[in-house]
Design a protein around this ligand. Structure first.
Ligand SMILES: [Zn+2]
Length: 286
């Protein structure tokens, strides 16, 4: 069995504030250590379930957060800047024939209440992302893209609200571990790693022991068919920059649509368009 693990930071045990999420912030080293700990707990569960290959993809901000010197010895890790990746948080998912995916440390979609740092891919640019007309966050979008590669997503960890979002998209049979209960954007009732990590390990082992119980998330008409992916940006400037990318079409003042293609290619186009939107020109060019 081969397992792909996508890791973000907002839904990690004990992380509630930007001071643990951004590389120039005071508590960032603690945040990345906690992130590595939750990731390792999932790797351990995968190994106990019989995984022979585990690829962990660092999928937050600078995408160089996980501490490789503290990473579980059985794992490989995808690490490196978003600008050097075609497939953002899912980089490497096509590098082997993975049997299942686990999402660790995930967060709720943009505009969700009672969630730690809810956003969709890029909080400073994306107001709403829709897949076939329904607003999606990273959990639903990434699960749909992975499903198009034949990979079911069988575990999601994060705050309680994120776990509920996962069940509403991926079905009630998905395993979830709520490591905290958000009281607001920057506050949560947390449990310590000594409590959550064994739970993550057990849930990963359970999920991978019954992969067939969780249907792949296939929201389209037929598996592998192109999705209708649209993004509403926060500003017109972001929209105008995004549409300079091939495969990105403007369909409204602040709205783009991704050209129809295989979903894996659509995810690449989406990420290219978002990178263009986020591009900050020198002040004399802007
Ligand atoms: Zn993140």
């Amino acid at each position: 069995m081969k397992v792909f693990i996508s890791v973000d930071i907002e839904g990690i045990t004990g992380v509630v504030h930007g001071d643990m999420m951004t590389s120039d912030a005071r508590e960032y080293d603690r945040g990345r250590r906690l992130m590595t700990g939750d990731a390792n707990a999932a790797v351990e569960g995968a190994i106990r379930a019989g995984a022979l290959h585990v690829l962990v993809a660092d999928g937050h901000g600078p995408m160089r957060n996980l501490l490789v010197e503290e990473l579980h010895e059985a794992a490989h890790v995808v690490v490196g800047t978003g600008d050097a990746r075609d497939h953002c948080q899912l980089e490497g998912a096509d590098s082997a024939t993975f049997d299942a995916a686990l999402f660790v440390g995930y967060h709720a979609m943009a505009k969700t209440a009672k969630a730690i740092h809810p956003h969709t891919i890029a909080g400073i640019a994306v107001h709403e992302l829709r897949l076939n007309g329904r607003p999606h966050g990273e959990t639903g979008l990434n699960a749909a893209i992975l499903a198009s590669l034949g990979i079911p997503t069988v575990l999601v960890t994060g705050d309680e609200t994120t776990c509920a979002e996962a069940r509403s998209f991926l079905g009630e049979t998905i395993q979830t571990v709520a490591v905290k209960q958000a009281r607001g954007r920057n506050a949560a009732i947390c449990r310590p790693p000594a409590a959550t990590r064994p739970e993550i390990t057990a849930a990963a082992e359970r999920a991978l022991g019954s992969i067939g119980d969780v249907p792949r998330y296939e929201p389209g008409d037929q598996p592998g068919a192109p999705f209708r992916i649209e993004v509403d940006f926060l500003t017109m400037q972001q929209c105008e920059r995004a549409v300079r990318t091939a495969g990105i079409e403007r369909v409204g003042p602040v709205t783009i649509a991704v050209a129809p293609a295989a979903p894996w290619e659509q995810y690449r186009l989406l990420w290219a368009g978002l990178r263009s939107a986020l591009y900050e020109p020198a002040s004399w060019l802007a």
